[in-house]
Ligand binder design. Structure first.
Ligand code: DC
Length: 225
């Protein structure tokens, strides 16, 4: 029997990362944060001065990444690139913008495909991204497409930034999120959309626990799990 995969896809701010981590911990499964791979590619490109307009060179770079995912002393996520801790740098707006650019390039997506598949190990994998259920793990036992209204995602982002002491207007954040949704769903390479057999879950107004339990409940009921 093949190793079960739970695919959790959706737009940024839908809470995918948090839910994927909770579900993986509850089941004792491995976790793939596929967005981090695009972020790492962008970060490595900046460090090695690779031309952001050259998809083939970026794809070669993506194939050569030396990456390690782990936990820090407090149980938080930790990411190493060439043995260096890049966890914080990975989350900056600049790295996010670079990730969005490289993620729109076919050769880079192709280069990262095998790496993503290699995370599928017993007893199972929870994979978080945009195209887990459609492209990378089309045979996932459960495909969840997690959404939240643009207002709710803007509010969550606003709170995150405020906690960091950064004050940005809520209206401006909403506009950014709507623009990004449009770009992600309308791009020609791997556009963001639910797989035909995905279950859509709107997390607006729901607690992390409720959403996690819904996914675990679905997982328990599905074939091949
Ligand atoms: O989820 P995130 O913000 O870390 O993703 C970073 C970028 O990578 C974002 O622009 C979407 C893109 N991405 C993608 O195209 N496919 C994935 N499976 C994961 C992320």
């Amino acid at each position: 029997m093949s190793v079960p995969v739970i695919a959790i896809d959706g737009p940024s701010g839908s809470g995918k990362g948090t839910i994927a981590r909770r579900v993986a911990d509850a089941l004792g499964y491995h976790l793939l944060d596929s967005g981090a791979l695009y972020r790492l590619t962008a970060l490595a490109a900046r460090r090695h001065d690779v031309d952001m307009g050259n998809p083939e060179a970026l794809a070669r770079l993506a194939r050569s990444l030396n990456i390690e995912f782990g936990r820090d002393g407090q149980g938080g996520e930790m990411v190493l690139l060439n043995y260096e801790d890049v966890t914080n740098e990975l989350r900056t707006e600049e790295t996010g913008a670079g990730a969005s650019a490289v993620a729109a390039m076919g050769p880079v997506r192709e280069a990262l495909l095998e790496l993503q598949k290699s995370f599928r190990k017993p007893p199972g994998l929870v994979a978080d991204g945009r195209d887990m259920g459609t492209q990378v793990f089309p045979d996932a036992v459960l495909k969840v497409f997690l959404t939240a209204s643009a207002e709710e995602r803007a509010r969550r982002r606003h709170k995150q930034l405020k906690d960091k002491g950064i004050d940005v207007s809520l209206a401006a954040l909403s506009r950014d999120i709507e623009d990004r949704d449009r770009r992600d769903t309308e791009r020609s390479v791997a556009p963001l959309r639910p797989a035909e057999d995905a279950r859509v879950l709107d997390s607006s107004g729901q607690s992390i626990e409720t959403v996690t339990n819904t996914v675990l409940d679905w997982a328990e009921r599905c074939d091949g799990f």
